[in-house]
Design a protein around this ligand. Structure first.
Ligand code: ADP
Length: 334
């Protein structure tokens, strides 16, 4: 297969199982454009870390191909070792050397460079991650967020083609996590690196990633802009995992759908009667003056009566995405 893609990371039909039973990754194909920060998002055990390790060359797939910066690094008869892939990795626990100073930690992958160049590169990395003046300290003398930045500086020091981060913020408390992830995004953007980070935290993925790839059960379910994945989930599984969703079953009739809230316009057209579900975001049921009274029930139920809800849904239709869960051949749904 040609590698004529502009993607820096390219996975084609990658599968990996463990011990004959566990199918960790299933026919996964993924393209990560240059300079993109992609979040690999999914519940625990869905195959995220395995995918990351396959990209790094720490695991060998059963089948499939991987290209890094247009170089075929994994495939039939090809398995370039991790150290020859130009991959920088940041592990969950940062994996800093406790007996080395911050400067020596960052300089670790630069042993092939002359001393002067090595010092210059370390200084540039310290500046990039905002830790100038702390180069003589040891890891235990830094906060969790600072250690995280040292790990990132070390990963970036050797000018990698890609950077991979495995649950990079999970060791930090909530407040520090929010601040650190913004800092990490800024550093990666300044460095212009192509990055994949693994997370099970939807908020984290949606807030800092350029692209979100949602995985479940070893399968890649959807890849897209955070906003798109959130507002237009491709399947019920994505809708329920990425953020909170109100799932409402209904019956489709062409471009309208009848559900418990009334009859609403539909985002996709479906011929014939199909089963629909709505993944509703940023949607509130507010009464309108034009609400038609319901024949029975109290005043409060009247205020969120079915006709009122239906009226409110029409103007916000662009935000209320519906997906057909049938497999009707005329629509390509399903
Ligand atoms: P995630 O990162 O999404 O939590 P992993 O990629 O770590 O998921 O694991 C995917 C599946 O593969 C899980 O069922 C896990 O138990 C299994 N697995 C991962 N690594 C190994 C291994 N070295 N040996 C056996 N099973 C493994």
């Amino acid at each position: 297969m040609s590698s004529a893609s502009a993607s820096v990371i390219r996975l084609h039909n990658i599968s990996k199982h463990y011990g004959g039973e566990v199918q960790a990754v299933n026919k996964l194909s993924l393209d990560v454009p240059r300079g993109t920060l992609l979040a690999l998002l999914g519940p625990s055990g869905c195959g995220k870390s395995t995918t990351l390790r396959l990209i790094a060359g720490l695991e060998t797939p059963d089948s499939g191909d991987i290209w890094l910066d247009e170089r075929h690094v994994t495939g039939r008869g090809v398995q370039v070792p991790p150290e020859a892939r130009r991959v920088g990795m940041v592990f969950q626990d940062y994996a800093l050397f406790p007996h080395l100073t911050i400067a020596d930690n960052i300089a670790f992958p630069l042993n092939h460079l002359p001393a002067t160049q090595r010092r210059q590169r370390v200084a540039a990395m310290l500046e990039l991650v905002g830790l100038q003046g702390r180069e003589r300290r040891y890891p235990h003398e830094l906060s969790g967020g600072q250690q995280q930045r040292v790990a990132l500086a070390r990963a970036l020091a050797a000018d990698p083609a890609v950077v991979l981060l495995d649950e990079p913020f999970s060791n930090l408390d909530a407040a520090l996590r929010r601040q650190t992830r913004e800092e990490v995004r800024a550093i990666l953007k300044t460095a212009g690196t192509t990055t994949v980070f693994v997370t099970h935290d939807q908020e984290e993925a949606l807030s800092i990633a350029d692209l979100v790839a949602v995985m479940a059960g070893g399968y890649l379910l959807q890849v897209g802009l955070p906003r798109k994945v959130y507002l237009e989930p491709a399947s019920l599984e994505v809708a329920t995992f990425v953020g909170e969703a109100n799932i409402i079953p209904g019956e489709a009739h062409g471009d309208t759908v009848t559900c418990t809230l009334g009859t609403c316009r539909c985002c996709v057209r479906c011929v014939g009667q199909c089963r629909y579900w709505y993944a509703m975001r940023r949607f509130s049921l507010r009464p309108t003056r034009r609400a038609a009274p319901v024949s029975s029930g109290s005043r409060s139920t009247e205020r969120i009566s079915r006709p009122a809800c239906a009226m409110m849904m029409v103007p916000v239709c662009k935000r209320v995405r519906c997906r057909c869960s049938c497999s009707h051949p005329a629509t390509g749904c399903g």
